[in-house]
Design a protein around this ligand. Sequence first.
Ligand code: WTA
Length: 650
Amino acid sequence: MSVNITSVLNETRRFEPPAGFVAAAAISAAERDRLAAWAEKDPEGFWAHHAESLHWFKKWDAVFDGSNPPFFKWFVGGTTNVSYNCLDRHLAGPHRNKAAIIWEGEPGDTRTLTYQQLHYQVCKFANGLKQLGVAKGDRVTIYMPMTPEAVIAMLACARIGAVHSVIFGGFSAEAVADRNNDAGAKLVITSDIGWRRGNAVHLKQNVDEALKKSPTVKNCVVFQRARNTSVHMHPGRDVWWHDLMSDVSADCPAEELDSEHPLFILYTSGSTGKPKGVLHTTGGYLLGAALTHKWVFDIKDEDVYWCTADVGWITGHTYIAYGPLANAATVMMYEGAPNHPREDRFWEIIEKYRVTILYTAPTAIRAFIKWGDQHPKGRDLSSLRLLGSVGEPINPEAWMWYHEVIGGGRCPIVDTWWQTETGSIMISPLPGAMFTKPGSATKPLPGIAAVVVDKEGNPVPANQGGFLVVKRPWPSMMRTIYGDDERFKATYWSNYPGIYFTADGARQDDDGYIWVMGRVDDVLNVSGHRLSTMEVESALVNHPKVAEAAVVGRPDEIKGEGICCFVTLKQGVPASDGLKDELKKHVTKEIGALARPDDVRFTDALPKTRSGKIMRRLLRDIAAGREGKGDTTTLEDYSILAKLREQDEG
Ligand code: WTA
């Protein structure tokens, strides 16, 4: 749950978009109402109309097929290609020489690729993939730093119908191996290193480790990010990106793919230990990405649009790569940390490239607040006209700071709620069409039937908490969990028959504005990254000295949630601070630095109900330093609770 529930409940401020913004906005209030009413009355007609703006090799026979719920299909019988839509169709018109990607590396190196240049690179790399035997339907792992090559690799896969699985560079070798195996990946695309806070992140080394346990992987393509790194190239398996590119043709027509052809798998955490491979397909996903990017960011031809996410997350997929490129936008892309070499790096980039739209996360905003106003104030941010937020609830204090210090009071803020599973933004202001309230993602976009319901599925009265669900299928929805249809049904479609369950808690106010409060399952949101408590628990019990572990979130001023682990040790193992560090390192090795525990506490036993379930609510209260609330009479052993509290005080 969000850090600032109380302040959110008392929030009454409203912000109208400035008149100038409204006058130039693509979607007015009246147009928004018209679109929303149309989508309610005739959802298929509404989506079909918007899908017409994409390029189809062959038009669909049916807009929607709901005959086998929850396995819905969109634009059935139509054929298209995402790479074609993001590249080829822009080449004939005025955008051919427009900057597609303006990139800056952390060390300060820069590159710009026009649509023509990006097309050339993608076509060549797609031919390179073919040369390595990658064919339509094959899975390809992409484990790359934030360089244009990550996007080139994604688009090249999409071009030939290979299914990419991008793994965030912060994940460990273990995590890469797990994902390679689950997807049955044939190829891994990586880089010697990436740069983060002045340090080299050794991606290829991790891949070498991972490939010892990834029997399906036949080859590895290595992009050379830096000179003089000692990378071991495994003969017969590894090939340099530049060597692969040196003798391939730039002629690679885009495959005509079925609208439901898989585009990518993206692993995300659920409430069990094993990450889920969320599967997205071609036509519907592309429509969601392109349309929401156009509407929510009010994208104009002259914008310099910057989404600060990593391509390893869904936000990077939809709002660095596919959405903006489908709209022929100019995308700013930055490789490194926001505080390298100084805490004003973002503001320097905005000043230097005259960025007009900034899309970032509340956790970053809270860090900027901590670092001090002097950093943004020392830079010229007057080019900005629109700000976005994503990944977790934004507390009103952070919203106000973003509005005033970064936006100079003149930029609307779009607080966008969505998930890896939804593919594209679901709840968000349309910036020229409505007033905003700090901390509310406002209303569902036209076409999206998101509502707040109680346990039985009945709408809850205004201002009362409930569960956020989506009542009607939408084109960019996930299609399944890769290789696990049953888990897909059980996770998302079993709480309410026929209705998509988001696992978020929310309430709606008197204006119908939605306030998303956070997860109601065992998923943590740490710095906007999803992590399952069970995932961390299974990493911990994997350690030879650990008997049992329970992991909960606790409020964290910057990260939103921190990771707190309660651990019981095996008989005879002495507890020590050294062991705490060892366990933190162990989790980092098993999952990645993003899962590094903030706190490890040893306990003789874990509090459980009589049926043996760990009492997480109780542990959450202890982790947060709150007095244990609620009914604890089912506690198996009161003394455990007392001991844990004592430890907390001591
Ligand atoms: C949370 C990220 C409140 C939410 C796009 C959701 C948010 C999870 C918001 C999905 C927001 C995302 N306000 N909460 N604007 N955006 N969330 O899959 O709990 O990494 O379920 O997708 O992040 O995280 P994911």
